[in-house]
Design a binder for this molecule. Structure first.
Ligand SMILES: Nc1ncnc2c1ncn2[C@@H]1O[C@H](COP(=O)(O)OP(=O)(O)O)[C@@H](O)[C@H]1O
Ligand SMILES: [Mg+2]
Length: 392
């Protein structure tokens, strides 16, 4: 059990390209830290530096009080589980798990005890004599976890270990890994590109983008108060909606968000809750107000009557039925395309910025319908369009 600390760590593969840029991050003893970010942002590189599989270009990396920059991987007391868990096909489950211990000349009794204990934790007791090809994908992944568990390491490093499993098995194994963390009390660093995995498993989450930590915090804190537009758009599914708006002070200490109008359409406005208005007081200005980006999560919009206060209005473009709920894709003035919408656009079909509302399954909606959506005036996120930072 140990703490892992990056102090001003930089990683460059070549002179010009910086992959990890001045990383400062402490993974606490016993903690499950999820390191999440889009593909290519440097997650595996960061993890591999902890494992000693990549050199640190600049800065200091500590495991507890030991600076490990120059410590060989085998002397770091870590165990790593990869996405591509190559098991030895000709060895039984027992031997796959025991192998690394045999290499280290661990006494046979000790090996037996550790393999038994790991198999017990992973529900593999009945499979110890089988070979990998006689196992399901989920069981194989559990053997890979077992192989790391028997090492009884100070730190567990997991690099997208669920990516090769189907959706149902992913959910199951997710719970299993979280349970292993509780049982062992070991420090876990878990790399994933999937924000749902990060949210459900992490004690804390570090969101990484382009080699820079964007925010570090408890899952709920990242959801409730994302530090910038990147985190706001990355955490939560469907993604947060963004709209161009102006933040206007009203005489009585209140504040109003005024959204863009369109030809012949009056601009919509939302009067912020007292609490939010107070926090926004120093950013709100008179006259036209100051330019901001408003972020509204799909679950904080609900269908309302056309004359209700604090509403947005638009036209339904697409309805996605999910059984328990529906996702309404609504075009409206001022909507800004989010990452997902940019990604799905092509040269033939340009981005149509949309606002997504997550609504109950009871009501019927159809493409082409006009709709009015009430905004939860206490749960609007407001960002500086110049810096992308959350206004606080
Ligand atoms: N050995 C390497 N040499 C040069 N560039 C690399 C090497 N390994 C990774 N990279 C680059 O570093 C960046 C981050 O990679 P990686 O840490 O694997 O990202 P992630 O795990 O977040 O998807 C990518 O642009 C990748 O192409
Ligand atoms: Mg990776």
């Amino acid at each position: 059990m140990a703490e892992v600390r990056f102090e001003h760590v930089t990683k460059r593969y070549t002179e010009k390209v910086t992959i990890i840029d001045d990383l400062n991050l402490t993974v606490r003893n016993h903690e499950f830290l999820a390191l999440v970010g889009p593909s290519g942002c440097g997650k595996s590189t960061a993890l591999r530096m902890i494992a000693g599989l990549e050199e640190v270009t600049d800065g200091d990396l500590y495991i507890d009080d030991r600076r490990v920059n120059d410590v060989a991987p085998k002397d770091r007391d870590i165990a790593m589980v990869f996405q591509n868990y190559a098991l030895y096909p000709h060895m039984t489950v027992r031997d796959n798990m025991a192998f690394s211990l045999q290499l280290r000349r661990t006494p046979a009794q000790d090996i037996e005890r550790r393999v038994k204990q790991a198999a017990g934790m992973l529900g593999l007791d009945d499979y110890l004599a089988r070979r990998p090809r006689e196992l399901s994908g989920g069981q194989r992944q559990r053997v890979a976890l077992g192989r790391a568990l028997v090492r009884e390491p100070q730190v567990f490093l997991l690099d997208e270990p669920l990516s090769n499993l189907d959706a149902k098995l992913r959910v199951q194994t997710r719970a299993e890994i979280a349970r292993l963390h509780r049982l062992t009390g070991t420090t876990f660093v878990y790399v994933t590109h999937d924000q749902v995995e990060a949210m459900t498993m992490g004690d804390r989450i570090a969101v990484l983008n382009a080699g820079v930590v964007q925010q570090l915090g408890a899952p709920q804190d990242l959801y409730d108060a994302p530090a910038n537009l990147f985190v706001a758009g990355f955490i939560g599914a469907p993604a947060m909606n963004f709209l161009a708006a102006r933040l206007r002070a009203s005489g009585d200490g209140g504040a109003t968000l005024v959204f863009a109008g369109a030809d012949g359409v009056a601009p919509r406005s939302v009067t912020l809750s007292e609490d939010l208005a107070q926090r926004m007081a120093r950013h709100a200005t008179g006259g036209d107000g100051s330019a901001v980006i408003a972020g509204i999560r799909p679950e904080h919009l609900r269908p309302a009557s056309a004359d209700a206060p604090n509403t947005l209005a638009g036209s339904i473009e697409l309805v996605e039925h999910l059984g328990s709920e529906q996702l309404l894709h609504v075009t409206m003035p001022g909507a800004l395309a989010n990452e997902a919408q940019v990604a799905e656009a092509s040269q033939e079909t340009p981005v149509a910025p949309r606002v997504v509302a997550r609504v109950g399954a009871e009501s019927r909606f159809a493409p082409g319908d006009a709709i009015t959506l009430a905004v939860d005036a206490n749960r609007v996120h407001i960002f500086d369009p110049a810096t992308g930072f959350r206004l606080t």
